[in-house]
Design a protein around this ligand. Structure first.
Ligand code: OOG
Ligand code: MG
Length: 262
């Protein structure tokens, strides 16, 4: 680690305040170029601790930057993970208030819910499928706290990977009822198809994203507990939305997820 505990706490307050006040800030590596990966996750974990200390509940975990499309769009090269709180969650068909957000974008994702713990190193797709209770469609609304969504990997990790809202819907399915690689995804905004994708866009197979998360957590001596909801990462680019937009993401075999931005 390059930063001391006081600086980690200060940056956690800085980024969480930007989230809660829906105000953008400059990427933190501009001021702290010496920051390393451990510092970045330490800031993210400090933000998580602040929320837990307020009595807010953890809703799950997420992987980000797991598809070529996302990596290319953001100009970064490696998957990252973050956390989800209960207050990020909205029901299918919800109205999402954009005034609580800075510059939201939507992402079409496949989410897993585990029924057994997963612990790396050495976690693979087979382990993940055996430990999966069901999969469910999810749309993430990301909202980087960084001006114009411009960041590097360390800055975005510290900012909890731009997490802000998510909507689940559709029909939960067992993994043997679907082909997770060919599972088709159609994103519609205001009734028009704006993007299409498939499960394999996410690291070749969405379960590989969960395995990677278990292995990344394993390096920290942590595991994915049984009963964890995990989003595997956007299968396509993320798309900007504004007040007045309606979004429906249709998934092959597992239903659809809709929301309206107000
Ligand atoms: C980082 C979060 C990426 C995903 O699904 O790839 C993410 C960002 O692009 O702002 O959630
Ligand atoms: Mg995402």
């Amino acid at each position: 680690m390059q930063l001391d505990q006081t600086t980690i706490e200060k940056l956690a307050v800085h980024l969480e305040t930007a989230e809660l006040e829906a105000r953008d800030v400059l990427k933190i590596t501009d001021e702290y170029p010496q920051m390393d990966w451990e510092d970045a996750y330490a800031i993210q974990y400090a933000i998580r601790e602040r929320k837990l200390a307020r009595g807010q509940k953890l809703a799950g975990l997420k992987m980000g930057l797991t598809s070529r499309a996302k990596m290319k769009q953001m100009g970064v090269e490696a998957p990252i993970f973050g956390f989800l709180m209960d207050y990020f969650s909205r029901p299918d068909g919800a109205e999402i208030a954009v005034k609580e957000l800075i510059h939201p974008k939507i992402e079409a994702e496949i989410a897993f819910v585990t029924k057994a713990p997963l612990k790396g190193p050495g976690c693979n797709i087979g382990h993940v499928l055996a430990a999966t209770d069901f999969i469910i469609p999810a749309v993430e609304i990301i909202d980087s706290r960084y001006r114009d969504f411009k960041f590097d990997l360390k800055s975005v990790i510290a900012d909890n990977c731009s997490s802000s809202r998510f909507v689940t819907g559709g029909r939960p399915r067992k993994v043997d009822e679907v082909d997770l690689k060919t599972l088709g995804i159609v994103i519609e905004k205001n009734g028009e198809v704006i993007a299409t994708g498939a499960g394999a866009a996410v690291l070749g197979h969405p379960a590989a994203s969960i395995a990677m998360l278990a292995n990344m957590l394993g390096e920290r001596g942590e595991e994915i507990p049984a009963g964890t909801f995990i989003m595997t990462g956007g299968a396509t680019e993320a798309y900007a939305v504004e007040a007045g937009d309606s979004v429906t993401v249709r998934y092959q075999d597992i239903g659809s997820v809709s929301m309206r931005f107000v």
